[in-house]
Design a protein around this ligand. Structure first.
Ligand code: GRF
Length: 199
């Protein structure tokens, strides 16, 4: 399965996906990495792995739709069949989401449906949660919503700061995103009534 990855920054989840795709028999291949930011660290990671990259700045377009159409075209030109958002910090238009419906995953650093949006680590600590975690889900029009493919629970420890919790959750992200992509690429994930059934 030919995969395109959308990023905006550091790219550690991209790296985890690249490493997984390099393992023998992995059923997916990353053919394009798109960043909306020219200085995203993930671009160097992709280049280092010999993967094609594109910088498409949202600032060059008048509307979200116009920006998304250019991304969509770049993905299609590269033969992409499936999209993984990995720290892509733009809200996608309904049009883009529908074009890639059931063919796009996202990773979010909380146990959805808890703590959608930003500042998730501080909010989980502030709420006194004893566990948080991460979620890989299919993308729907509403932010951080969509059928869940994989989750990992991560303990919140006494004295955790948003930074220490983020680092612990990130390790789990790097484990479950490749696992989720593998399941999807193997055709083992069905969506039934907006929930996944994994066979
Ligand atoms: C991750 O925590 C991811 O869950 C969130 O943004 C962060 C991206 O980190 N959506 P990286 O760029 O993959 O290192």
């Amino acid at each position: 399965m030919k995969v395109g990855v959308l990023i905006s920054g550091r790219g550690s989840n991209l790296k985890a996906l690249i490493d997984a795709c390099a393992s023998p028999g992995f059923p997916a291949e990353i053919v394009l990495v798109i960043s909306n930011k020219a200085d995203a660290g993930g671009l160097q990671i992709a280049k280092g792995a010999g993967i094609a990259t594109r910088v498409i700045s949202h600032k060059d377009y008048d509307s979200r739709e116009a920006f998304d159409r250019v991304m969509d075209q770049a993905l299609r030109d590269a033969g992409v069949e499936f999209v993984c958002s990995a720290g892509f910090m733009r809200i996608l238009s309904d049009e883009f989401v529908e074009k890639w419906r059931d063919r796009q995953l996202n990773i979010h650093p909380s146990l959805l449906p808890s703590f959608k949006g930003l500042n998730v680590y501080a909010r989980a600590i502030e709420a006194g949660c004893k566990v948080s975690g991460c979620t890989v889900h299919f993308v729907r029009a509403a932010m951080d919503e969509g059928p869940i493919v994989a989750q990992a629970a991560v303990p919140i420890l006494e004295g955790d700061t948003p930074e220490t919790l983020a680092a612990r959750i990130l390790e789990a992200e790097h484990r479950i995103y490749p696992e989720a992509l593998r399941l999807v690429a193997e055709g083992r994930v069905r969506i039934v009534d907006e929930r996944t059934v994994i066979g």
